[in-house]
Design a protein around this ligand. Structure first.
Ligand code: NAD
Length: 296
């Protein structure tokens, strides 16, 4: 078992940290929100006063922050994680960030004598709570080998995607598929509605036919067919539309930088940006069905 500094105890980081405590690790935790820290202390962790302190006298540092700029700041700038940690500390960043930030922070950590992986996750808050996340890892074989037993306490599918930044590359490609597929599922249900085809019937057919995908079978954007989907709970997130915009912007930035054409990814990015501007920012991303219907 390891002593772990955990920074970023939000919707995802909170339950992930709790699973590490449950697995028997010793946790020193920090977040800007005191209530999130208090929840982890109740679960058995120890609170510390800064990111630098969370990186001191630990074998492993894990971060789960909103986005790339926070990662850069916590590791390399004001947060002083790289500077404060003892040489040889293993650093695991689970934030969804851009590939460039991930590779820059990884290089800085290596230059200071540490090991680092990027390990963004998929599976949402439910997966974080159940410890069933898919974790996509970028980094050296050695760092992956050290991280694997720790990641196993938070995820069910832990996959080494290659060198530094490749976990982020996998995550942005996956979420570009997700954004496009969610819009396609919404459009199909809206068309079915107008054609007089019952939503449950379309679900029963398409979930066993070639239209089958996660956005349909796990996260169906209309109420009824999948009782646990946010559509049955007034589109309470879940995974917010704002987060989807962030991820689609990451993939569009990468497509631009590499010269790859992703016209459907671009369309999904534009639609989600519009949904956020029209008030959907904090709603679950499946709520875009209401904008497409013209009812929100
Ligand atoms: P969140 O906003 O709930 O949590 C982020 C936490 O980081 C907050 O508690 C915030 O206070 C803390 N934080 C920010 N700056 C900090 C600093 N300098 N020091 C300490 N703490 C700091 O976000 P989340 O939903 O937990 O998502 C975290 C990451 O996981 C994001 O990159 C997101 O894209 C990704 N993700 C989210 C989901 C999801 O369903 N929510 C699913 C997969 C991946």
């Amino acid at each position: 078992m390891s002593t772990i500094g955990f920074i970023g105890l939000g919707n995802m980081g909170g339950p992930m940290a709790r699973n590490l405590v449950k697995a028997g690790h010793t946790l020193k935790v920090f977040d800007l929100v005191q209530a999130s820290v208090d929840d982890l202390v109740d679960a058995g962790a120890t609170a510390v006063g800064s990111t630098a302190e969370a990186a001191t006298d630990v074998e492993v540092v894990i971060t789960m922050l909103p986005a790339g700029p926070h990662v850069r700041s916590v590791y390399m700038e004001d947060g002083k994680v790289i500077e404060s940690a003892a040489k040889g500390t293993l650093m695991i960043d689970c934030t969804t960030a851009d590939v460039e930030t991930s590779r820059a922070v990884n290089a800085a950590a290596l230059a200071a004598g540490h090991e680092m992986i990027d390990g963004p996750v998929s599976g949402g808050v439910g997966g974080a709570e159940a410890g069933t996340l898919t974790i996509m890892v970028g980094g050296s074989d050695d760092a992956y080998g050290r991280a694997k037993p720790i990641l196993d306490a938070m995820g069910k599918n832990v996959i080494h995607a290659g060198g530094a930044g490749n976990g982020q590359a996998a995550k942005m490609c996956n979420n570009m598929m997700l954004g496009i597929q969610m819009v396609s599922v919404c459009e199909a249900f809206l068309l079915a509605e107008k054609l007089g085809l019952d939503a449950q019937k379309l679900f029963d057919i398409s979930s066993t036919a070639s239209g089958q995908c996660w956005s349909l079978t796990t996260y169906c954007p209309v109420p009824g067919p999948v009782p646990t989907s946010p559509a049955n709970n007034d589109y309470q997130a879940g995974f917010t539309a704002a987060m989807m915009v962030k991820d689609l912007k990451l993939s569009q930035g990468a497509a631009h930088n590499t010269g790859v054409s992703t016209p459907l990814g671009a369309a999904a990015a534009a639609l989600y940006a519009l949904y956020c501007r029209s008030g959907g920012e904090d709603k679950d991303f499946s709520g875009i069905v209401n904008m497409l219907r013209g009812s929100d």
